[in-house]
Write a protein that binds this ligand. Sequence first.
Ligand code: NAD
Ligand code: TDX
Length: 331
Amino acid sequence: MRILVTGGAGFMGSEFIRQAIGKDYEIILLDKLTYAADLKRIEEVEKDIIFYKADINNREFADHIFKKEKPRVVVHWAAESHVDRSIMDASPFIDTNVRGTQVLLDVARDYEIEKFINISTDEVYGELGTEGQFFEVSPLKPNSPYAVSKTSADMLGRAYFRTYGLPVITVRPSNNYGPWQYPEKLIPVVILKAMDNKPVPVYARGENVREWLYVSDCADAVFQIIDRGKAGEIYNIGSGQERKNIDTVKTILKILDKSEDLIEFVKDRPGHDYRYSLNIDKIKGELSWQAGIKFQEGIEKTVKWYVSNIDWVEKKVNYLKSLWEKVYVKT
Ligand code: NAD
Ligand code: TDX
């Protein structure tokens, strides 16, 4: 089967591509190659994929790709994905996540697409207190500009299914982690800083809770949805592995045999969501999917990968300096 993958040079899309090639899918990759992209992530399968460097906002180019490559399924991972950057400047988030998604949905209408998988996020539901879970039918209450842009994309997908019958499926994963994640996100930041014996920045007091999903489990769920997911539906993908940030940080420091004295509390993220937690009864019941990797196993594998690939991570540091100067203000 031919699958058009957007954003496959990114962290999660590249995991999906590596698995897809192993499953004999034919992959057409459309990626703009922003700062967050790196073709090294898919180097081992590069010869097996067709790659177009383009912005999803380029309608003519997208149309050319659909016409030439005739994909049967679209898996749309491409996005601006970092909450802190959206707080500093929302514009690229609206351009790519909202307008870009609309362009892709529009182009897809003209072709015989069996499924258009729109990768969304748990952040569209807003935040939870210490109790409760988000269901696929929970109200959408996004809090950051990033979350609003993803919610808007979901609403466009909903409208294109309802109005034009485009077979859109919305997928909402929780926080992903694993090899190749760009070191602006919590887990790679902590590993990188700790390995360097630098202060490890924790927002507020580290009480916020995230549900950690190993990236290969996430890709696996998407394959189940491609096979058996229903058009017009929404699927949450979570792991049940919730951790306070401070506990996640301490776990990483312990694996690296580093002192907790490295922890530095910095000013909180504005509008910081307290907790996310996804109910996955729907995907478990309908598609028999559940995550296979527990947090302790996943984090040990992740730390090991970063230790072995620290050169790749360090190459990204120059670009990150200006972000870190603005965000990591000691309290
Ligand atoms: P990432 O930032 O690592 O990669 C994004 C990719 O999209 C990059 O390769 C980039 O070049 C590409 N891209 C960005 N703008 C583009 C444009 N205009 N045209 C074409 N390509 C463009 O992102 P990620 O962490 O792999 O996240 C993938 C998807 O999953 C995103 O939609 C994100 O919102 C969603 N998501 C991420 C997480 C997480 O924890 N990382 C959790 C839930 C959902
Ligand atoms: O240096 C840090 N210190 C810190 O305490 C960073 C980068 C983050 N944090 C906190 C903020 C969050 O509570 O750690 C938690 C995780 O932060 P991020 O890694 O930035 O992820 P989050 O904001 O939860 O969003 C992620 O999950 C949902 C992805 O980046 C999104 O793309 C996805 O949709």
